[in-house]
Write a protein that binds this ligand. Structure first.
Ligand code: ZN
Length: 177
């Protein structure tokens, strides 16, 4: 990494901390960072599932475009912020990378097996029935399984993440160009 790149990273880190502090109750970063919990994650490819375009995402640190978005929520005041997967890992110690990689796999192949992180994520979001979670856990290692049940759950997973992305896209101004 060259000096310039390092300087830019340092500056973005400062911006991220400043912006998050502005949304936090405590003004001490060492405390304020524990006010934040992950709310949900979504992919924001430039084209929505219905073919419409929306703005590429921006991390609170100003880095753009970001694809892997994490929406975090303040435990005290309910405020939300959108942070890229990189920054959320680095500054808040939350790592949703395996949820994103699993989502990518399912987008490519509707038969793909949801991994343990995806199953855990969906249970936290109350998006899986206990019976479905059990089925996915028991068949997780069976990558060749050809099952209508797994495909059905995967379709629901894709719809759910699309919904999360759309929810965020609606908050942004539509692209005029
Ligand atoms: Zn960032």
């Amino acid at each position: 990494m060259d000096d310039l790149e390092e300087e830019i990273r340092g500056r973005k880190a400062q911006i991220l901390i400043r912006e998050l502090l502005a949304l936090s109750v405590s003004q001490v970063w060492a405390v304020a960072k524990f006010e934040w919990e992950p709310a949900f994650v979504y992919f924001n490819e430039e084209t929505n599932s219905d073919g419409t375009k929306h703005r590429p995402g921006t991390c609170l640190c100003t880095h753009t475009p970001i694809i892997e978005h994490c929406v975090i929520k303040n435990r005290f005041n309910g405020k939300e912020a959108t942070v890229g997967n990189c920054c959320v890992k680095k500054f808040l110690g939350v790592d949703e990378s395996k949820v994103f990689s699993c989502l990518k796999r399912i987008k490519k192949n509707i038969n793909a097996a949801p991994n343990a992180e995806m199953i855990a994520y969906l249970i936290r979001k109350k998006r899986l029935e206990p019976e479905e979670a059990t089925f996915l856990s028991l068949t997780m290692k069976n990558h060749r399984l050809d099952s209508w049940k797994r495909r059905g759950i995967n379709h629901d997973i894709l719809r759910y993440f699309d919904y999360c992305a759309d929810r965020e896209a609606r908050k942004e101004k539509p692209l005029t160009v």
